[in-house]
Design a protein around this ligand. Structure first.
Ligand code: NAP
Length: 521
């Protein structure tokens, strides 16, 4: 199988052999991905010139209806997508649901948000400023769709959600998108796009997909375009420094890696419900999607008095987790996405070994259900302990993109500063009933994190999880995490709309305001 790209309104195949993608359970090749010879610049023009005008002719509510229709197409084919996620990503049913159902849910949330904006095509901010001494000259701020294309470069770990969480917001904003899935898992993205294109539920040119090398796409960026990237800090750095980005200044939103932390508050004791809640969350971090979530817990900051009990409890739970082929009975955790990712994770673990000792895992699992551990890209859930987190450096800087986290003991007062040693992260969580500690800690933590989850006994199990990105909340983090911001309800539209100050007379502003949707982005 060779994956095709959906460009300029047709499915096209690259002319070279390209790169392979595999079944990570067996290492067997599933197909190839290649973009050589494809005209990426023409495809960007097509999206801009054909998809853009068609979308801008619609109001928000009409575009919201497109999202609802896309969600409907995807929901109809959900089971087939789950099978691809198992074969190509080594996903268990839960892993696949997070990706696929997460994509469908995000589309639906944006469909509802868009419907609330009505038929307007412009958003106007509430309130007005008087600019002259006489009350005849005022200012209001308006947001309008940028006449460009939104280029989406996605990471391998969420082929479904990564595609649609970006495309949904762009579509609602009236901006066409061209998505480039990661080669390792592009198959699912292609199948989804094929179904949506065949259903003809969005205007021609609104959704486009390129599989294979994406370098030519970045070169084709123009001033009204945007680039939303999710992936490693290394690729992000190369894209930031790309001449087209520097010279033409398209909008840039970067979601890179991060060394997220969870903190157990000073009031958590081994017999408290919060202790169990934190253990549960860490076990999830070390098993769900084999730990391949950018928002995952990588560092666990625990009061010194309970660190032994905490790590014992996590290790005990992990010992009951069956790793193997997701198709086999009782398997709760599959492999990493391919051998290159397992090698990268093992290299990261080797680096961390200079600052940590291994409490469990640390390499290939001894037993693998339904598969050959030598063939598949399996990595055992790995819990490390760092004895001196203040002096350590690598534990705060190394992202092992797999089922790995490091426990460290610290004084409660030290925890926020230690969490900030990640250099800017996507998410941090705190387990505590102590409202004063939470308030003080969060004031230090907030500038370093895009999202903060506080679990007290009132929340209990009724939270959405440390790692799960909710479309209602912003996703992205400062510093090392890339400095980008996605989603967050209507806030996500900001990447695709231009805000302009409108200076005019009261009657004119009223007339424009009457035709616009009033909202704060
Ligand atoms: P990656 O190697 O940086 O690749 C990400 C994407 O960039 C892929 O689609 C890749 O294409 C593409 N790419 C690579 N070089 C490029 C270039 N010069 N021009 C244009 N595109 C280029 O990252 P990954 O290994 O797929 O993903 C894992 C990393 O992503 C982890 O570090 C993880 O933390 C991070 N991540 C972050 C988030 C977030 O929301 N912050 C979410 C998920 C993952 P090919 O696959 O074809 O090479």
């Amino acid at each position: 199988m060779k994956l095709e790209s959906y460009l300029s309104g047709t499915w096209q195949s690259g002319q070279g052999d390209g790169r392979t993608f595999v079944n990570p359970v067996t290492g067997e090749e599933l197909g190839r991905v290649d973009a050589s010879g494809l005209d990426a610049a023409a495809a960007m023009d097509y999206a801009r010139d054909v998809g853009g005008p068609a979308l801008r002719a619609l109001g928000f509510a009409e575009r919201a209806a497109l999202l609802k229709a896309v969600a409907g197409v995807l929901a109809e084919n959900r089971d087939r997508y789950g099978e691809i996620a198992r074969l190509n990503s080594g996903n268990t049913a839960i892993d696949a649901a997070i990706d696929i159902d997460g994509a469908i849910a995000t589309l639906k949330v944006y469909a509802r948000l868009g419907a609330s904006l009505g038929d307007a095509r412009t958003i106007i901010e509430p309130g007005r400023e008087q600019l002259a001494r006489e009350p005849v000259f005022f200012a209001r701020h308006v947001w309008n769709s940028r006449p460009g294309v939104s280029l989406h470069i996605n990471a391998f770990n969420f082929p479904a959600w990564g595609l649609w969480e970006k495309a949904a917001v762009a579509l609602l904003a009236g901006v066409p998108s061209l998505s480039k899935p990661a080669t390792a898992t592009a198959w699912l993205a292609v199948e989804m796009m094929r179904d949506v294109a065949a259903a003809q539920v969005v205007p021609e040119g609104a959704l486009n997909l390129l599989c294979g090398d994406g370098a030519a796409l970045t070169t084709a960026l123009q001033p009204m375009d945007s680039l939303a990237f999710t992936g490693s800090a290394e690729t992000a750095a190369a894209l930031r420094a790309h001449p087209a980005v520097l010279e033409r200044a398209p909008r840039l939103s970067i979601e890179a890696d991060s060394i997220n932390a969870t903190i157990l508050g000073p009031d958590v004791s081994p017999d408290s419900p919060l202790f169990d809640l934190a253990v549960r969350e860490v076990v999830k971090a070390l098993t769900v999607k084999a730990g391949q979530l950018c928002t995952n817990i990588r560092r666990i900051l625990v009061p010194a008095a309970i660190v032994g009990a905490f790590q014992d409890a996590v290790v005990a739970r992990l010992s009951t987790v069956t790793v193997g082929d997701p198709a086999a009975e009782g398997v709760r955790m599959g492999p990493l996405v391919n051998e290159a990712q397992r090698e990268a994770a093992c290299a990261g673990l080797a680096g961390l070994s200079t600052e940590t000792r291994t409490l469990c895992g640390g390499g290939a699992p001894k037993e693998v259900a339904g598969a050959d551990p030598q063939q598949g890209s399996f990595l055992a859930p790995t819990l490390l302990h760092c004895a001196d987190p203040m002096a350590a450096r690598l534990i705060h800087e190394t992202e092992v993109f797999g089922p790995c986290a490091t426990v460290m003991a610290c004084q409660p007062a030290e925890a926020p500063a230690l969490a900030a040693r990640g250099g800017g992260s996507l998410a941090v969580s705190l387990f505590s009933n102590d409202a004063s500690y939470a308030a003080e800690t969060l004031q230090v933590l907030a500038p370093w994190h895009g999202r903060l989850l506080i679990v007290d006994e009132q929340v209990g199990r009724n939270h959405t999880g440390h790692a799960i990105v909710m479309p209602q909340c912003v996703h992205g983090g400062p510093g090392r995490a890339g400095g980008g911001e996605e989603l967050g309800g209507l806030r996500g539209l900001r990447l695709h709309l231009q805000r302009s100050a409108l200076q005019a007379s009261e009657p004119l502003l009223t007339r424009i305001g009457d035709a616009a949707a009033v909202a704060t982005l």
